[in-house]
Write a protein that binds this ligand. Structure first.
Ligand code: PDD
Length: 275
């Protein structure tokens, strides 16, 4: 197993960064997760475009498309990866002393590694989620490594026996701690619009495209907490979970508590689109 750190290929335990790295001191950095199927990165252009937007938001220079394509290819070759998740992290870099305001442009710290893709069943087992107040900041569109809110919410969800929190702000469902949500009502799909309150998921975008191809009506419109008990189906999406049906929100059973019909069609369409 080898990981990339600032131009070097290293054994994971040999990869070390400075304690003065702004990623360590301030979580001053961004990341990206790219799924890989049969050795090929999936929707790579879209992931790299989001990486570019995250870097631009922090005013960190992007080493460029060619750099990332080469890095990811080498990472996959060196690790013989077939079905995997590529992790990329860029921090603003290390400086001589701790100072909130960055002291001039620094050499960014670039780290990349690969891990096994979780196994996905043809029709995944429905999971439970728990409704929680979205306590995060107002720039959830940036894929920041500052994930304290997400982690606290994830821990709270685990304590409730739930896979993910179902987050809400001002009465509307935003997203999960590491996923996007879709509701199904009367044959149509609803999901929060891509503004500063959610991460624009690449899987979300792909599922919207698949739904349109299947002639399922799609509304990029947030659904409300008040409507949760009346939903026909609910599912979440992410690079690691793909399309994951949800059978239960706390004590509320969604539909029959199983995988709904529209969700199942999208699960199949998603699996077919990976090949
Ligand atoms: N989750 N929302 C948040 C807050 C996330 O962290 C993620 C990604 C998503 C889904 O985005 P995408 O479809 O591009 O993975 C939404 C990590 C990377 C994961 O679970 O894979």
């Amino acid at each position: 197993e080898s990981v990339y750190l600032n131009g070097e290929w290293l054994a994971p335990e040999a990869a070390k960064v400075s304690v003065f790295d702004r990623g360590f001191l301030f979580a001053d950095g961004i990341y990206e997760v790219v799924p890989v199927y049969h050795g090929h990165p999936f929707l790579l252009e879209d992931h790299l475009a989001r990486l570019e937007r995250s870097l631009a938001a922090l005013e960190i220079a992007n080493p460029g498309q060619a750099f990332w394509l080469d890095l990811i290819q080498q990472l996959l070759t060196r690790n013989h990866s077939q079905d995997a998740l590529v992790y990329i992290q860029v921090t603003r870099g290390a400086e001589a002393k701790r100072s909130h305001l960055p002291q001039g442009p620094l050499q960014p710290t670039i780290f990349a590694s690969v891990s096994a893709m979780p196994v996905h069943w043809d029709v995944p087992t429905p999971v439970k989620v728990t409704l929680l107040d979205d306590i995060r900041w107002l720039r959830c569109d940036i894929k920041s490594i500052s994930l304290l809110g997400n982690i606290m919410l994830k821990q709270q969800a685990q304590a409730c026996g739930a896979l993910e929190p179902l987050l809400h702000r001002n009465g509307l469902v935003t997203e999960g701690a590491s996923s996007n949500y879709f509701a199904v009502k009367d044959g149509a799909i609803y999901t929060a619009p891509t503004d500063h309150l959610i991460l624009p998921g690449i899987t979300r975008m792909w599922v919207l495209k698949l739904a349109k191809e299947l002639a399922i009506p799609v509304h990029e419109q947030a659904f409300s907490v008040a409507d949760l008990a009346q939903l026909d189906e609910l599912f979440l999406t992410s690079s690691s979970r793909e399309v994951q049906p949800i059978g239960q929100i706390d004590d509320i059973i969604i539909g029959q508590g199983g995988c709904g019909e529209i969700t199942e069609r999208l699960v199949h369409a998603f699996h077919a689109s990976k090949r």
